[in-house]
Design a protein around this ligand. Structure first.
Ligand code: OOG
Ligand code: NI
Length: 467
């Protein structure tokens, strides 16, 4: 904890991330192993690759970088979570519909709370993937179950009035005095601690038959961190080292394959949920111990953010990989098929990723004004002449299909869903209403950062940069 009289939002955020890591490491010791191995992977990567290794984030940032995942049960709880995260300078970005992204029963819609500007991200990029149970979705819950979930959720308090009031104060003042900051951090961290209260056995397993995710949200008296994810610079290396330590990982790394071209978007993998002891209350009133497998360990490797055009290419490649894999001879793996599809569709250099408008970049002026004679020049001319240097913008968000894969790989069975029923429609606007504040579109944030840097380069060079 910094010993200052006042803490800025980013300092509160950094401290919040540290405290959650301590809490989670005490609850799930395997997390500490994952962090140790991640540190080894990053140190080795840096010593092998030098300065280049820091292209997608300084080593300080990457070492401190984590994302958490939490799950809440209602619109009210989500709106309160938004107030809480705002105290740490974390705002909702992106909309993910996991109901459609998975075959099994994952009845949630999600957003991620994170810093939105580059300076804040560089100071501390902590983000929390936050999912809300869609208890009104008839594909999963009949009317009776919906009502029961609603009254169960309504009767609990995740975030106290004192906590929310302190959070509102931090947001309004953009800082908090040390005493109140300490109180805010104590209360906020405790809100994500695994509850020791007994779990109602029959209610929990009634929900689990529909969806293990629904049971984890609506079957217990409070919320908790589901996982906390460190970032590595080489996820293939991490995967191999974890297996070598005898830790069973999920079958594959989600997201883009390992290939010779630039890393884009996000690659993730996880180890399976571990059994944790919980107390259950049975209908006879007795309380007896049992175990649940809900929380797991995940790790991520981040790449370059893709433009809308780049994202279309990515989505088409994912579909293409599925089709080819279905037609491939037995034994072919997704990763092998994906490598071929990627080589065919994606530029294999950062420069082309930038110039073909596939990835987001900022542009640094490298040569003096005298080197350009004309009043306007194209971006390609300027980059090829070495006047402007493209620097990648890192992807700060998530991927719905990978998220669904992560949820799914940790379910012991698929649960149940009735696709004949009509789902409750959710999109970024509806979830913004639920939240009480506008959810940022990640594309808008990246595009603004890119165009701002081009404008600045144009000013410095005193020319018009054409696309
Ligand atoms: C969230 C799963 C999604 C990710 O990294 O894509 C996620 C959850 O399990 O609650 O964390
Ligand atoms: Ni995650």
């Amino acid at each position: 904890m910094p010993t200052k009289t006042k803490l800025q939002l980013w300092e509160l955020r950094a401290e919040f991330a540290l405290r959650l890591a301590t809490l989670y490491g005490n609850e799930v010791p395997a997390y500490n192993t994952l962090v140790d191995v991640s540190r080894e992977v990053n140190e080795d990567f840096i010593s092998k690759n030098g300065k280049e290794a820091e292209r997608l984030g300084s080593i300080q940032r990457v070492t401190a970088e984590r994302h958490g995942a939490i799950r809440v049960g209602s619109a009210k709880e989500l709106a309160q979570a938004a107030r809480l995260f705002a105290a740490f300078g974390m705002y909702p970005v992106g909309f993910y519909d996991l109901r459609d992204a998975s075959k099994s029963s994952v009845p949630v819609v999600s957003t991620a709370f994170r810093p939105v500007d580059a300076g804040e991200l560089a100071k501390n990029p902590f983000r929390v993937f936050t999912s809300m149970l869609t208890h009104d979705d008839r594909r999963f819950f009949d009317e009776e179950t919906q009502k029961l979930i609603e009254s169960f959720i309504e009767a609990r308090t995740l975030f106290s009035d004192e906590l929310l009031a302190l959070a509102d104060k931090a947001r309004a003042q953009k800082e908090l005095g040390l005493v109140q900051a300490t109180r805010l951090l104590d209360l906020a961290t405790a809100a994500f601690e695994l509850s020791r209260k007994p779990v109602d056995h029959d209610w929990y397993f009634r929900l689990e038959r529909i969806s293990a995710v629904a049971a984890d949200i609506g079957g217990v008296p409070s919320t908790h961190i589901n996982h906390l994810t460190p970032r590595v610079l080489d996820i293939d290396d991490l995967y191999a080292r974890m297996e070598a330590r005898g830790i069973a990982m999920i079958d594959e790394i989600q997201g883009p394959p390992n290939w010779e071209g630039p890393d884009v978007l996000l690659r993730q993998t996880s180890f399976r949920a571990l059994a944790e002891e919980r107390n259950f209350r049975y209908p006879d009133g007795g309380i007896r111990p049992g175990s649940l497998r809900v929380r797991f360990g995940e790790v991520e490797q981040r790449g370059i953010a893709l433009t809308r055009h780049g994202r279309d290419i990515y989505d088409r490649m994912v579909a293409d990989v599925d089709t080819r894999l279905a037609e491939a001879p037995p034994g072919a793996t997704r990763v092998e098929v994906a490598e071929q599809v990627w080589r065919k569709n994606l530029p294999d250099s950062e420069k082309e990723l930038a110039l073909q408008g596939v990835g987001y970049f900022t542009y640094r002026v490298a040569a003096p004004r005298q080197s350009i004679a004309q009043p306007s020049a194209s971006l390609r001319e300027l980059v090829e002449a070495g006047v402007l240097i493209p620097e990648p913008i890192v992807y700060e968000d998530f991927l719905p299909r990978s998220a669904a894969g992560i949820f799914q790989s940790n379910l012991s069975d698929d649960g149940s869903r009735d696709d004949e029923q009509l789902g409750t429609p959710y999109d970024i606007d509806r979830l913004s209403e639920v939240l009480g504040s506008k959810i940022f579109d990640p594309n808008d944030l990246y595009a603004a950062q890119q165009s701002e840097s081009l404008k600045e380069a144009g000013r410095q060079l005193r020319i018009t940069i054409t696309s």
